[in-house]
Design a binder for this molecule. Sequence first.
Ligand SMILES: Cc1cc2nc3c(=O)[nH]c(=O)nc-3n(C[C@H](O)[C@H](O)[C@H](O)COP(=O)(O)O)c2cc1C
Length: 412
Amino acid sequence: MDKPKVVLGVSGGIAAYKACELLRRLTESGHDVRVVPTASALNFVGAATWSALSGHPVSTEVWSDVHEVPHVRIGQHADLVVVAPATADMLAKAAHGLADDLLTNTLLTARCPVVFAPAMHTEMWEHPATQENVATLRRRGAVVIEPAVGRLTGADTGKGRLPDPDQIFELCRRVLARGGAARPDLAGRHVVVSAGGTREPLDPVRYLGNRSSGKQGYALARTAAARGARVTLIEANTGLPDPAGVDVVHVGTAVQLREAVLKAAADADAVVMAAAVADFRPAAYAAGKIKKKDGQEPAPVALVRNPDILAEISAERARPDQVVVGFAAETDDVLANGREKLRRKGCDLLVVNEVGERKTFGAEENEAVVLAADGAETPVPYGPKETLADTVWDLVAPRLAAPADGDSDKTG
Ligand SMILES: Cc1cc2nc3c(=O)[nH]c(=O)nc-3n(C[C@H](O)[C@H](O)[C@H](O)COP(=O)(O)O)c2cc1C
């Protein structure tokens, strides 16, 4: 079988050196990679490096090997184009359809999925011009992953850092695995995913918590990003590294999680509540550590109810067409309890899984049945949490309202 053909576009940012690692990961895993740098990118990493690592000639403009018509052929034959790093300038050119070098020509001729991994200073990223260009590219079907937060060029830190090359590689692998659709099915959508387990403090050192690892929620966030969605991941106490291309909000308690979910859900197409939210919290918080006293029994801990976030967002949807998905971990009467919970919460889909030794909390695998409000049931056999995540998005995607802008048949 032919190797999948990947075009690695590199534009002129300081993170260009990290694209060498991405190139290595792609070639070592059996991809045929053609590197197309911009002229500015060669100020950071030279053509010899790209050519030697990829095994292909390297050119920045359309005037080399003209008999092979590279400005058209490279894009036409690609299975995936990934631009990493994508400068503010490159995003602007791509959004406006400019074609003044080989990379921008390739972006116009590609009919395969296109992934942009932007990297720039926070001010450049946050500038309305850049944000509008990103929104345009996403609306047309490109996967534009969110930059990471961290050290930037020089001593600055903030949002704008190129995500770890390993994570960009994983995302590319997922995009390729989903086949050649130029427009991923969640392109242009904003989805919110909650993950992890809330901790309800009792005193400065103790809390009421649960055993949720957050792995299912992270799988949902990663798969949604690979399917083109802008993803906000609201994370509670997982300790997991932020996934590439996803906006992550860190919270601790149920009350904080509610606030973050409601804020992010305001413009979301779908909300998936995979986090295990504590039903109760201690009624009182002791400002100092509760001490044990000789000869005295401990005082009982009074509990109060936490807000029911799933029921609240299902009942008061920020948009009438918003799709809401809940999770239920049950130990007995799994399906009967799941159906009852779906009705009580008022969500569109409920992923019901049985808590067991090898599945659910902390495991890499899961097994579930997805119940729909219209009565449909989709069993998902024991397997990786990513498979369940993809099934959830497969069920969410057809329930989303048609995009308002009519751009749905265009490509990135
Ligand atoms: C040292 C240095 C670092 C730069 N880093 C970035 C960057 O990380 N992101 C960015 O958007 N622009 C960065 N720039 C600016 C771009 O190189 C400049 O906008 C250039 O025109 C981009 O060209 P290209 O998009 O064709 O590659 C940097 C410039 C210099 C001199």
